[in-house]
Design a protein around this ligand. Structure first.
Ligand code: ATP
Length: 954
């Protein structure tokens, strides 16, 4: 029995002392080395309050109020679309959402109402506790109003420091208080001191004593609330604000007012200092560039604001996930804001998040976004400690250690006495009971230990996987940079690629660091497990009921082992799933290269390699879902883009790939909450894939030049096919339907596409209808080819004669090429049209994703990159259609006789909506007055009044 008690003392000391004194416990990592100690612990959740502002005067004219606060903890956001009928509503197609929070405040509530409910958090500051209050919401939702307020309705900042000074004034102890305050802003990822007239850039430092500090930040001692108010006003006048479409005085920076309260108190050993900190944060609003209608500097601000907010959102996500699923990497380092807020988000702080929302129906998406994050923030746990410093903290620590040990020794002595008395009364039974309960303690400990290790391994696994993908992207980026450097003049894309590369490098470094930390934790965990196992064995060997206890302990240990095995199985499943994905992508790649399944199998057989049937991975990919235990939505790094050059059944794979990518992003946004920023690079990886570049496209060019045009690049069916795939995919991806995005730019592209197609069609007509050779036809042909347009596939002269070329009549273009006129296959431009159409569809998907991802402020990735993609291919189209135009023009301009069906030509031309008619001139000389530059003049013989067409439309 005494052995048992000795063990108990040992376990208690090992477990208890580190927790109290930061010797080797979980607090050590966070606060190790700091001369602060904690004698008061409390684990709590972030308190989330939602505040709805009233409709503004302007909104009242145009918007509907769609927020219903049902009680002080619940609200409903109504579907902004009034046109939905009853059936749609009951079929759950309504966008109405319900949410619950710690506190909900309707439009009629004042800042004082909000403050009344959260003031308990502030009270702790004078007792040495940290507190953070931050307002989070979209632009114009009322963050500044809530934090700063007005004279009539003072905000939370003002109310808080009044409380602090009132509490100090009414304190009855003999303690001495010292209050100081600092006020900073983070603008464009740079920190400025708002209490300095012309503050330079300030840097963040990891201080071993105080954690993250802003070096050089001014901290002013204050004696009254009025003084802080004065400083607040001065600081606010220096804060960067702008007039945007969304808000007349929009804050462009994140502002952090920090009030520190030091309380010197005396106790029997030493002079003790409690140090409480209150951080009051007014964030800048998240916004869409399109909404603020801002450009230049404002746009850059927006991007940086969004970057910080994205980082904040990612931290909230990761922290929420940490609560639900165990450990997860929290990317605090991704922005200055999150590093500053680190303690407030998950560390030593009682935290209140005030989510501000607008009630206007046109703000529905922003409101749902804000509420979604607020909802996630409810899951975040904080660990609050009293911050106690002393004049000589080392001595104080030891004193406190002795005090606590004395208390502990007393308690154990008491327990020992109790146990001894129990032993004397019922020796045999009691011993067995005690041993049993001791074993229970140990097995519970072991179980916790196993769970901890599973979490650590899981986190490590996630990090390693992410870094594999990061490294692959890095490689792709390096390739892309090298390629782009060779062709780009102004270097903007290279610059963008380089900064992306830096982000990836940072991510890799962060992940490696975090991974090393996890590995260390795993070692510690393993050591602890061995200790526990020894204790169990010792306990068993010391007991008379040895066999029974042995079996019992074995049974429990086997239970643990089982859990571990299950986890390992899940890991393996995951790896197998990933490999199958990779295999499937390899198949796609091979098939995309033009080899068919049989050829590949034969090739493999000749090499003596057995490879899995390409149909198997598809089938398996359905079966081998990622394990629910590791419910990540994984994405294999091996991606092929067979593009348009695929057999119909292969395109399934192709689109599956897109779906894989998209659904991942979508699912992540909707259901799962992994660390989003860790994987955001996938989209740029997609865009930068070499097989999707211009070179990739010319590769495809070759394949259709090789005798099978039409079959693969049917002008209309291909885009339609692509469209139908995509629309099906879109439908699957976005339950909210089409109305969620406004693809103005897509429509523009669509219009241009049609236009250039019109030119092609007309060129073709004109050439086809011609019956005389034109002198400069050689130049025409050379020009045509130089523009990389199309292939020549025959030497036929008239439409009838080109029949044998295999080019469908609708796409045949006969040019009078010296004595041997050729038929040009215009499907080249059709092909490019197809590519653009296809890219338009990609763009639609990206827009969809953009809407989804904007919930995560993926502005940079989703707004810029798809445009880059479209633009590059669109340039190709422009070039091609321009080539056609240039040629058309030459041929027409050089003509000297009217062609019979010129009326049809013009009508066709106009029917295709192509271009404007701007004159009634016949020859090139006569069109001079039309204002159309000669290089773009096209004179068509239109009856007796020929016209000049401006081809610049295309
Ligand atoms: N509770 C409220 N009562 C009355 N008016 C309010 C309230 N909340 C906000 N407003 C008004 O709404 C407008 C926008 O508020 P505010 O500037 O606080 O938004 P914000 O979220 O800080 O915006 P940004 O992110 O652009 O800085 C202001 O005109 C403000 O006066």
């Amino acid at each position: 029995m005494l052995d048992f008690l000795r063990l108990l003392v040992r376990v208690t000391i090992e477990r208890f002392i580190p927790r109290c004194f930061g010797v080797d416990g979980e607090e050590n990592g966070e606060y190790g080395g700091r001369r602060l100690s904690f004698s008061w612990f409390s684990d709590g959740y972030v308190v989330v309050a939602v505040k709805c502002r009233p409709l503004t005067e302007a909104e009242r004219q145009r918007s509907r109020h769609i927020i219903q606060v049902t009680d002080d903890q619940n609200l409903v956001i109504l579907d902004p679309d009034l046109s939905k009928d009853y059936l749609e509503r009951i079929q759950n197609r309504s966008k109405e959402r319900r949410y619950s929070f710690d506190h909900v405040f309707a439009s009629g509530c004042t800042n004082a109402d909000v403050y009344r409910n959260i003031s308990s958090t502030i009270v702790g500051v004078i007792q040495g506790l940290n507190a953070t209050v931050f307002a989070y919401g979209s632009t114009g939702s009322g963050k500044t109003y809530t934090m700063v307020g007005t004279r009539k309705d003072p905000g939370l900042m003002v109310l808080s420091f009044h409380t602090i000074f009132d509490l100090i004034k009414n304190d009855e102890s003999s303690d001495i208080f010292e209050v100081s305050c600092s006020y900073l802003e983070v603008y464009n990822e740079v920190i400025y001191d708002l209490l300095e007239k012309s503050s330079g850039h300030l840097e963040l430092r990891e201080d071993p004593e105080h954690g993250i500090v802003v070096a050089g930040l001014r901290r002013i001692k204050v004696q009254s609330a009025d003084k802080i108010l004065e400083l607040l006003n001065v600081g606010n006048s220096r804060r960067k604000t702008e007039t945007t479409e969304a808000n007349a005085t929009s804050s462009r920076s994140h502002a952090v007012l920090e009030i520190t309260v030091k309380r010197k108190q005396k106790n029997q050993y030493k002079s003790q200092i409690l140090c409480g900190k209150l951080a009051l944060v007014d964030l800048a609003g998240s916004e869409r560039a399109s909404e603020t209608q801002s450009g230049g500097q404002k746009l850059r601000d927006g991007a940086n604001i969004n970057r910080s907010l994205l980082a904040l959102a990612n931290c909230i996500n990761a922290l929420g996930k940490q609560q639900k699923k165990g450990l997860a990497y929290v990317p605090y380092r991704n922005s200055k804001l999150t590093r500053i807020l680190k303690d407030g988000l998950s560390g030593n702080s009682q935290t209140v998040m005030v989510a501000t929302i607008s009630p206007a129906d046109d703000q529905y998406h922003h409101t749902v976004n804000t509420l979604k994050y607020a909802d996630r923030a409810k899951e975040i746990k904080t660990h609050v400690h009293k911050n106690i410093g002393t004049v000589d903290t080392h001595v104080a620590d030891y004193q406190r250690m002795i005090e606590n040990l004395q208390v502990e020794v007393c308690r154990l002595r008491k327990e020992l006495a109790e146990k001894e008395s129990q032993l004397t009364t019922k020796p045999a039974e009691k011993a067995a009971d005690d041993e049993l309960s001791w074993l229970n303690i140990l097995s519970r400990e072991t179980s916790e230990n196993v769970q901890e290790r599973i979490n650590l391994q899981k986190a490590l696994f996630e990090l390693e996987e992410t870094n594999i993908r990061n490294r692959i992207e890095l490689q792709h980026l390096d390739d892309a940079i090298a390629k782009q450097e060779a062709v780009e003049k102004d270097g903007t894309v290279v610059q963008a690629l380089r900064s992306r590369r830096q982000v990836i490098l940072d991510n890799i470094r962060d992940n490696d660091e975090a991974g090393a930390g996890y590995k260390k934790d795993i070692e510690i965990n393993e050591k602890h497990r061995r200790q526990l196992q020894n204790m169990i064995e010792e306990a068993i060997s010391n007991n008379a009921n040895r066999t029974y206890l042995h079996i019992l302990s074995q049974y429990r240990l086997l239970g643990m082992a089982n859990t571990e095995l299950q986890f390992e199985m899940a890991m393996r499943d995951q790896v197998i799933h990933n490999q199958r994905e990779a295999l499937r992508n390899l198949w796609n790649m091979l098939l995309g290269l033009g080899l068919d399944q049989k050829q590949i199998m034969d090739l493999a057989a000749r090499q003596g390699t057995v490879i899995e049937d390409c149909t198997t991975p598809y089938a398996n990919s359905v079966v081998t879902k990622p394990s629910p235990l590791l419910s990540h939505h994984r994405f294999s790094p091996l991606v092929a883009y067979p593009g348009l050059n695929v057999q119909p059944h292969i395109s399934t794979c192709f689109f599956q790939h897109h779906q894989g990518f998209s659904s991942m992003a979508y699912l992540r946004g909707q259901h799962d909450t992994p660390t989003v920023c860790r994987q955001e690079h996938l989209s740029s990886y997609y865009l930068l894939s070499p097989s999707y570049s211009q070179a990739g496209l010319s590769g495809m060019d070759n394949s259709w030049a090789g005798g099978r045009p039409g079959a693969r690049f049917h002008t209309e069916s291909l885009p339609q096919e692509a469209c139908s795939f995509y629309s099906a995919m879109r439908a699957a991806l976005c339950p909210c339907g089409k109305e969620q995005f406004t693809p103005t730019s897509c429509e523009d592209y669509g219009q241009q596409l049609k236009e250039s197609w019109a030119v092609s069609a007309n060129s073709q007509n004109s050439w086809e209808d011609r019956s005389v050779a034109v002198n400069n036809s050689r130049r025409l042909h050379e020009e045509f080819m130089r523009h990389g347009g199309t292939n020549c596939s025959g030497y036929q002269y008239s439409s009838a004669e080109t029949k044998g070329t295999g080019i469908p009549e609708s796409r045949r273009l006969c040019s009078p090429y010296g004595t041997a006129p050729r038929a040009f296959d215009l499907s080249g431009s059709a092909f490019i049209c197809g590519v653009v159409e296809h890219d338009l569809n990609s763009y639609h998907v990206y827009r969809q994703l953009f809407v989804k991802m904007q919930e995560f402020w993926f502005l940079m990735v989703c707004d810029c990159m798809p445009k880059f993609l479209i633009t590059s291919n669109f340039n190709l189209l422009k070039q091609e259609s321009w080539a056609v135009s240039a040629n058309s023009q030459n041929s027409w301009e050089d003509r000297s006789v009217a062609v019979n069906n010129s009326r049809r030509l013009h009508e066709e031309f106009m029917r295709h909506g192509g271009t404007n008619c701007s004159g009634y001139q016949y020859s090139s000389a006569e069109t001079k007055g039309t204002g159309i530059p000669e290089s773009r003049r096209l004179c068509s013989p239109y009856g007796t009044a020929p016209r000049a067409f401006d081809l610049s439309g295309s």
